[in-house]
Design a protein around this ligand. Structure first.
Ligand SMILES: [Zn+2]
Ligand SMILES: [Zn+2]
Length: 276
């Protein structure tokens, strides 16, 4: 089904991500069979260490399994994106020399230098290389984070006050939803699918909670899709107000289909504070 958005996205763009998400779900179901969740009190970790759970707890990653999922992802990409098949083939043949045990940490830490030199060494497309490692890791991250999902949403913002950072995997987020059931606002991590609460009138970047300096941008006809803008730090973040449509959305896809909100906010001089 084609989703209507104010700005046309490239042909097949959303379908590709929807298929990728389904592929990751399938991988997660397979991995689950050999997985026992670690008994971790995530609220205690968030509250006391002020560090993400991934920075505090050592989640076991079977390197062999990760490599298998990685190669499966290359197969998926070859079919889903035939235009990248040549590049994928080069990545596949070089991957025999990858240090698979090091890749997850490098991607989570956003270690651009590591991937730049790896790409250079094997003559690989750097962005595609990062994309493959990042997306092969996601089924593992989602599997690890899933048992604690309720604890995260119930913990509340008094416990975790780094609104723009995922309390599980420390990935930066710039997307939230206003929950249809009770109007509470939850940030969303597209890597591990963790959600965590943040106040409704609140800038996730600088903590500004003054209703006079926080407002919304929307496009006519699409009132549920909003960009919060902050006059204090010139930051913006995107949100979907589920109450306006009385539906529960897929935040992963909604974040992607609202690129027009990013463009609009950035044109007006606002920033997602990416990388800061
Ligand atoms: Zn996360
Ligand atoms: Zn701000």
């Amino acid at each position: 089904m084609k989703t209507k958005t104010p700005v046309d996205l490239p042909e097949g763009y959303l379908d590709f991500y929807k298929n990728l998400e389904s592929w990751q779900n399938q991988q997660q179901i397979k991995l689950k069979k050999a997985y026992a969740p670690a008994p971790v009190d995530v609220v205690k970790i968030m509250d006391h260490s002020k560090r993400s759970v991934m920075q505090s707890v050592d989640f076991e990653l079977d390197t062999q399994m990760f490599q298998e999922v990685y190669l499966e992802l290359l197969k998926f990409l070859e079919e889903a994106r035939p235009d990248t098949a040549d590049q994928i083939e080069i990545i596949r043949s070089s991957s025999e020399q990858f240090a698979f045990e090091a890749l997850p940490v490098r991607v989570l830490e956003g270690d651009g230098g590591y991937f730049a030199s790896l790409a250079q060494k094997h003559n690989l497309a750097e962005e595609l290389l990062i994309f493959t490692v990042d997306h092969a890791l996601r089924p593992f991250l989602r599997l690890w984070a899933a048992p604690y999902r309720t604890a995260f949403t119930e913990a509340g913002f008094e416990v975790w006050d780094f609104a723009a950072v995922c309390p599980f995997c420390a990935t930066k987020s710039n997307f939230s939803r206003i929950r249809v059931t009770d109007g509470r606002r939850f940030m969303f991590c597209d890597r591990c699918f963790t959600e965590w609460e943040t106040p409704n009138v609140y800038c996730i970047h600088c903590g500004n909670a003054n209703p006079y300096s926080i407002s919304f941008l929307t496009v006519e006809g699409f009132p549920a899709y909003q960009a919060y803008i902050c006059a204090e730090c010139k930051g913006y973040s995107k949100s979907f107000d589920e109450r306006q449509k009385a539906i529960r959305i897929d935040p992963f896809i909604t974040n992607l289909e609202t690129i027009y909100l990013d463009m609009m906010a950035q044109e007006k001089g606002y920033t997602s504070h990416e990388g800061s």
